[in-house]
Design a protein around this ligand. Structure first.
Ligand code: FEO
Length: 402
């Protein structure tokens, strides 16, 4: 049975959610599922904006058919060619053989890589600023390269002020009936998953996200329809501001993320004592993570949130304890910048992790390391408490004075 939602008289949500998926992109845990959003514009011509992932094909086709209510499908706009949105293009063409694909030249190249039908004969190629009139509505196409693939574009309905934003403004999590962000407590329940989605999916491409934000700032946007997560029809400035912070690598929260990699608990003990002393100094925003048990996508997301990050790591095979090394390399891969860091290392006979962590931090942009590396040999000793206190003072003074 179809499950569609009316967004307006002329726009129907025809996407679907997958709650069985363990790993989005076969790498990111999605304990709350994921939605694959697709939208049908009903005008003198009918326009489908993107398809969906193969996992929701059955529901998606039921939805499109129900929303069309006997009409034919005239256009398919392809904003993004990643298979979580393009997997069903071949099937939609079989069901609606008369439709015209509307997309850009880079997407056509990818279409030819993913599919084998006669693409040129069925495709109208559009470029920056081109428009498509569908009757009462005019769709304008805005290129969004690397948000999140090079062919990505967004489509703006100039008639209603609706921005079909592709991967931009997405959120992890299935749609639980409440399609609109204003039908839920987004800040309380969804912001963390929006940040985790942003940081891990498009976090590396902050410059390109900024370019897109500047382009769409000129548009009179009244609604944002992303390819994942809720639709935004009010309080758009709240979410746009988050994107502005994240894409310029500015933290959201004055506080400390303490990430520790501990084999037998001694590095964890030092991290715990550091956290307690920070709290005694009045620091309120403290988040602690064991990098061995926390999926790295959550760690990257938290690093995008906090001003200060403490990395406390054992030495392992004369290198950085591998879960910490994995986290650190992921931070570098996602281009995290503009953070204050502190380093604690541990090693029973040859502590090395601190030196290696700092070498990686040196390769990242605008990361300043506070104080000296605190070196533990097996465990924290009483004569090292003064050094730990010094680190606590430096971090606490920075946070509290702000
Ligand atoms: Fe949701 Fe980049 O695809």
């Amino acid at each position: 049975m179809h499950n569609i939602r009316k967004i307006s008289d002329s726009l129907i949500y025809v996407g679907a959610s997958d709650r069985r998926l363990a790993l989005f992109e076969n790498v990111y845990p999605v304990p709350n599922g994921i939605s694959y959003n697709s939208y049908l514009l009903l005008d003198e011509k009918t326009v489908l904006l993107d398809t969906a992932d193969a996992s929701v094909a059955h529901r998606f086709f039921e939805n499109v058919s129900a929303a069309l209510d006997g009409r034919n499908l005239d256009y398919l706009v392809i904003n993004h060619m990643e298979p979580d949105h393009c997997a069903l293009i071949g099937d939609i063409l079989l069901r609606y053989p008369g439709l015209t694909i509307v997309t850009n030249a880079k997407a056509v190249t990818m279409l030819k890589q993913f599919f084998s039908f006669d693409i040129d004969a069925r495709t109208q190629v559009v470029a920056e600023g081109d428009t498509l009139s569908t009757g009462k509505h005019t769709l304008q196409f805005v290129m969004a390269p690397m948000v999140h693939w090079p062919e990505a574009m967004v489509t703006f309905d100039t008639t209603t002020g609706t921005l079909f934003s592709a991967d931009a403004f997405g959120t992890f999590g299935a749609i639980a009936g409440n399609l609109f962000a204003d039908e839920m407590d987004f800040h309380r329940d969804c912001l963390d998953e929006a940040r985790r989605y942003y940081a891990n999916i498009v976090g590396k491409y902050g410059t390109q996200v900024q370019m897109l934000l500047k382009k769409v700032a000129a548009l009179d946007i009244k609604m944002i329809c992303p390819l994942h997560g809720p639709v935004w029809r009010s309080n758009l400035g709240y979410f746009i501001e988050k994107y502005n912070l994240w894409s310029t690598y500015q933290p959201e929260t004055q506080g400390v993320m303490i990430a520790y990699g501990s084999i037998y608990g001694n590095t964890e003990n030092a991290a715990d004592i550091l956290a307690a002393k920070l709290a005694e100094k009045g620091v309120q925003g403290i988040a602690m993570y064991d990098v061995s048990k926390t999926d790295v996508s959550y760690l990257v997301s938290e690093a995008f949130k906090f001003t200060h990050i403490v990395l406390a790591s054992s030495t392992y095979n004369n290198g950085i304890f591998t879960p910490m090394e994995n986290f650190l390399l992921d931070l570098k891969a996602h281009a995290l910048q503009n953070r204050k860091m502190a380093v604690i290392e541990n090693g029973t006979w040859a502590p090395q992790s601190g030196k290696l962590i700092r070498a990686t931090l040196d390769e990242m942009k605008n990361i300043s390391v506070l104080g000296d590396t605190l070196t533990l040999k097996s465990s924290l000793k009483a004569d090292q408490l003064a050094s730990l206190e010094t680190l606590v003072d430096i971090i606490a003074n920075e946070i509290i004075k702000k």
